[in-house]
Design a protein around this ligand. Structure first.
Ligand SMILES: *Cc1c(COP(=O)(O)O)cnc(C)c1O
Length: 399
């Protein structure tokens, strides 16, 4: 393959662009993970993660992709035959559900049209019916990466409480953590599942479980077999900053740096930045005359936007053209959305100009591919992004 000048735009909703600071941090000799330097670094990382998950509870780190952390959540806290209630918000929710079924869990599914988040009142109604408390866990994907819809975790917690139901609450935050506000403790989540390669700006290879006291208690009597994923072995070793088996040392160097960067910017600023870029993206999509897949404005995702293709046009053909012509990768349609949508990732290490490059690339690709659309989407985003600045300078000119 011939050299392509300039930076590749990796605008899929994970893995995301890895910033130079993190690449430089990873680029160090691997150290002895049982040596004296490791423990202090391990403690700093574990402490920093608590800040990111907004929790005081243990956060366990696995050398695994996000799928491993899904498995860890289930096998630590449940027993064969246990009933779990899941909401099929899209492709990722359905993968988690298939995994649960493979473990012999009895999965009950609340279906959706893949255009919205989990409905708190539907969950409340179902839990109220379950007077015998047969349901042992409620599992929800916070940000459904296949559709660009974000479920409202605070209201879902309230719904579980309103039903007076004792089920464990498990939430997948793989594409929302460190990009969209998420509060493990305040929202009473028992197991939060996360991964390294999206909001945390790292390469793939690390994943996480934040674990409540209630989940740890459930683990004491849970019967699903587990060894590699066992929380208690991890939590015991983590007390001094070490791990029960070889951790992904160089990825931990990267995580140490990522936490530093997120704290320098500040979590509220990180969340606001993602919200602003998401709004600019939606304005571009509307100006193109295309439809946003997420049908509920309250649940628009701040980390990605799934865009529906006009009938008779293939999203993957458009993506291929954009990759070839402009060296930008956009997300493909997953599962039943294959060919029907493309996804613009606007999360991780990202700024106004990177967003404008991304939206310009989409607009140029639409033109190049002969996809019916209106011009001016990128311009609408630009006007939105500069709106605050123009208002400010008008104000200071008037003063
Ligand atoms: C990316 C993603 C996953 C899968 O994680 P892997 O790291 O690919 O195993 C699961 N859930 C959501 C919501 C995701 O975005």
């Amino acid at each position: 393959m011939a050299y392509k000048s300039g930076r590749h735009f990796l605008q899929i909703p994970g893995p995301t662009n890895v910033p130079d600071r993190i690449l430089r941090a990873i680029d160090h000799p691997t150290m002895d993970h049982r040596g004296p330097e490791f423990g202090p670094m391990g403690l700093e990382i574990i402490d920093g993660l608590k800040h990111i998950f907004q929790t005081q509870q243990p956060v366990v780190i696995y050398p695994a992709s996000g799928t491993g952390a899904w498995e860890a959540a289930l096998v630590n806290s449940l027993s064969p035959g246990d009933k779990v209630l899941m909401v099929e918000t899209g492709h990722f929710a359905s993968l988690w559900q298939k995994m649960a079924a493979k473990f012999g869990l009895q999965v009950e599914l609340i279906a959706t049209d893949w255009r919205r988040g989990a409905d708190p009142s539907a969950l409340e109604a179902r839990l109220k019916e379950d007077k015998a408390h047969a349901i042992k866990a409620v599992c929800v994907v916070h940000n459904e990466t296949s559709t660009g819809a974000t479920s409202r975790i605070g209201p879902i917690r309230k719904a579980i409480d309103a039903a007076g139901h004792p089920a464990l609450f498990m939430v997948d935050t793989i594409s929302s953590l460190a990009s969209i506000d998420y509060r493990h403790d305040e929202w009473g989540v028992d197991v939060t599942v996360a991964g390294s390669q999206k909001g945390l700006m790292l390469p793939p290879g690390l994943s996480f479980n934040a674990v409540s006291e209630k989940a740890r208690k459930a683990a004491q009597s849970a019967k699903l077999p587990r060894s590699y994923w066992a929380w208690e072995d991890m939590i015991a070793a983590n007390k001094t900053g070490y791990f029960p088996y070889t951790p992904a040392t160089n990825l931990l160097y990267g995580l140490h740096e990522a936490i530093k960067m997120l704290r320098e910017e500040g979590l509220p600023q990180v969340f606001a930045r993602h919200a602003r870029h998401a709004e600019a993206t939606r304005r571009a999509v509307r100006a193109w005359g295309l439809e946003i897949l997420c049908a509920n404005a309250e649940e628009y995702s701040n980390t990605l936007t799934a865009v529906m293709m006009p009938a008779g046009h293939d999203a993957d053909a458009l993506r291929r053209k954009i990759l070839l012509a402009y060296d930008m990768s956009l997300g493909t349609g997953l599962g039943r959305l294959a060919g029907k949508v493309f996804r613009i990732g606007h999360l991780g290490d990202f700024n106004d100009l990177a967003l404008m490059g991304t939206l310009a690339g989409v607009e140029m690709g639409l033109a190049l591919s002969g996809v019916p659309h209106q011009q001016g989407g990128a311009q609408s985003a630009l006007s939105y992004l500069t709106g605050d600045a123009r208002a400010e300078s008008a104000q200071s000119a008037a003063a």
